[in-house]
Unconditional design. Structure first.
Lengths: 221, 387
């Protein structure tokens, strides 16, 4: 479903070109749970951003179904991000001035047209699933780190995304909360969503069906 | 919930910053509205005062003239038929035009020739209150006529005929007393004898007749051409002439006040706009994270651009609304403090209120265009790397 071939990505640091991804190839099947592991600075997050179309690679091929993501116009990429892809970040990244409910519905709020009733009902349902139905009107600042991460998961659930990209989703949480989050993510996978998760934790990586190791900008296995 | 929810909630996020920005912009709008209202009233007042220095429209009957010469003897231009304007109907018609509120004074006149002894002199019948209303610069040795049988004598006539305050003179077969003589005006008034219009109409046996009518019109709200056109429509068979040099002189004075207010307003507007622009620029830098989140959720560049513009526009519209009301109220106080109103007050208009609100909304959007465009141009990756 999502295929990356020979992905190359460089960054310019102080006028020098620093290669981060040096020809990474990866394929994710529909409904597959893949974890990406590697040392800090190995290029895991950059790879995740390339796969989620948040960053354009400098070389290689990237396909999602029939779409060539490197040649897809901006508008179609936006539609893809709205409907098919969801990103869960390490630090949750919720808009602090929107309520839990509004944050979970953010991807539906890109028009002047009000969010449909069905979407709001679905958001309440998804918040219930992550255990936050009673906190729908709260602002993220009044929630714990684990709760904020659950809002981010609810946001992905509301969209019914095909692929969820999780960038160290338990990285800023304690062990117990991290386990709860992993349970939720595993639940999403069981629902049939594809899951690509960058993690430092080998025990969470074991929950996935396949582990890809990134080392010095290349896939090791 | 829709895209408007995002800027609306963000405005509430930093109330102190939002309020400060709103306050600065509201003060700007308030100053502009106050200046505008005060300049309108002062300009109107100024123009009204200027009408005391003469009329700017003259209405007379259409006259046909013929240049007559025969056998080498030239008689010059002669009137074919001498007609008069009926005073009551003509004045009523002038006061009934669509722009009647722009008519400040109507001064009818009847002119004839008479002899004082062997000397010929022009006699002009006037309505004293109207005449003195448009000629406040008149000053007399003695006093202005107050009773029946009194006349006012122009300075040159007084010198030529030896008529002074208290003199008796016979005009058109009736004796009159000179109540006063005019100081030199430099105008035609120096060469005539002025008397009450009704008295002259009776002497000439032409009740209700006038030779021409002078009109003082206020031109600040509309061009003089519009007033002349309406008078022509209302008074067929008459000649209506605008004294353009007088109109232009007056409008130059009134426009100076308006232009001064406009220049100051422009400076305030640019300063307030620059503040909004700077504030939005810093907001874009502060909110890179928000931009990254929105872009990762599929918000397009146009939508991010719209969110920043809507935020600025909302502040501008609110400032416009509050600023207009505050400026309107302040203009009363300013006019009162400077004693400039003199019976004329600023007029409130809902249309103006909406227009001001919309205009300042657009000004803030314009000021926020560059920061918004800059924000919209940030790629999601760049925003997220900056986190």
């Amino acid at each position: 479903m999502l295929t990356a071939k020979n992905i190359v990505k460089n960054y310019a640091v102080d006028g020098k070109v620093v290669p981060v991804l040096k020809g990474v190839s990866l394929s994710i099947a529909e409904g597959e749970f893949v974890s990406v592991v590697g040392r800090s600075g190995s290029g895991k997050t950059t790879l995740l951003h390339v796969l989620a179309t948040l960053i354009q690679p400098d070389g290689g091929e990237l396909h999602f179904g029939d779409h060539d993501l490197r040649r897809l116009p901006e508008k179609k990429l936006n539609i893809l991000r709205q409907a098919d892809f969801s990103v869960i970040f390490q630090f949750h990244h919720l808009l602090p001035y929107l309520t839990v409910l509004e944050n979970s519905l953010l991807s539906c709020m890109h028009r002047m047209k009000p969010v449909p009733k069905e979407a709001v009902e679905r958001a309440y349902h998804c918040l219930g699933r992550v255990g936050l139905a009673d906190k729908a009107d709260r602002l993220p600042g009044n929630l714990s780190g684990g709760e904020q991460q659950r809002v981010a998961i609810a946001r992905a659930l509301v969209k019914s995304s095909k692929v969820i990209f999780a960038d160290e989703p338990t990285g800023s949480l304690d062990k117990a909360t991290g386990e709860q989050i992993m349970e939720l993510l595993a639940g999403l996978h069981q629902d049939g969503m594809s899951l690509v998760m960058v993690t430092h934790e080998p025990e969470y990586a074991k929950l996935s069906e396949r582990t890809v190791v990134i080392e010095d900008g290349m896939t090791k296995r | 919930m829709n895209i408007l929810t995002i800027p609306a909630r963000n405005i509430r996020r930093k109330p102190a910053k939002t309020l400060l920005l709103l306050l600065v912009f509201t003060l700007g709008v308030m100053s502009i509205v106050t200046l505008y209202q005060v300049s309108l009233v002062v300009g109107h007042n100024f123009e009204k005062k200027l009408t005391a220095f003469g009329a700017n429209i003259v209405i007379s009957p259409v006259r046909e003239t013929l240049n007559i010469g025969y056998g080498g003897f030239q008689m010059g231009e002669m009137l074919v038929d001498f007609t008069y304007l009926p005073e009551e109907e003509t004045v009523a018609a002038i006061r009934a035009i669509g722009l009647k509120d722009r008519i400040s004074a109507v001064a009818p006149k009847l002119v004839t020739m008479a002899r004082v002894g062997a000397e010929a002199v022009a006699v002009v019948g006037v309505r004293w209150p109207e005449e003195r209303g448009i000629k406040s610069y008149w000053a007399a040795v003695g006093r202005f006529p107050e009773h029946e049988g009194e006349v006012l004598v122009g300075s040159k006539v007084s010198a030529r005929m030896g008529l002074a305050e208290g003199s008796k003179t016979t005009l058109l077969g009736r004796e009159f007393t000179v109540s006063g003589t005019l100081y030199e005006t430099g105008s035609d008034d120096d060469t005539v004898i002025l008397m009450d219009l009704t008295a002259l109409q009776q002497l000439m046996d032409k009740p209700g007749a006038t030779s021409f009518i002078e009109v003082a019109a206020l031109c600040a709200g509309c061009p003089i051409e519009d007033i002349v056109a309406q008078l022509r429509g209302q008074l067929p068979g008459t000649e209506v002439k605008a004294l353009q040099h007088i109109v232009n002189q007056r409008m130059a004075s009134v426009h100076f006040i308006r232009n001064l207010a406009l220049a100051v307003s422009l400076v305030i507007l640019v300063t307030a706009g620059a503040m909004v622009g700077l504030s939005m620029l810093s907001a874009v830098n502060e909110r890179k994270k928000d931009i990254g989140i929105l872009r990762s959720l599929g918000f397009g560049k146009g939508q991010v651009f719209a969110i920043f513009c809507l935020e600025a526009g909302f502040i501008g519209m609110l400032a416009g609304l509050i600023g207009y009301l505050a400026g309107f109220a302040a203009s009363f106080k300013v006019l009162e403090l400077l004693a400039l109103g003199e019976g004329i007050t600023p007029s409130f208009s809902f249309v103006q209120l909406l227009a001001v609100s919309l205009f300042f909304g657009l000004v803030t959007v314009a000021a926020a265009l560059y920061p918004s465009w800059k924000g919209a141009g940030i790629e999601p990756s760049a925003a997220l790397v900056a986190l």
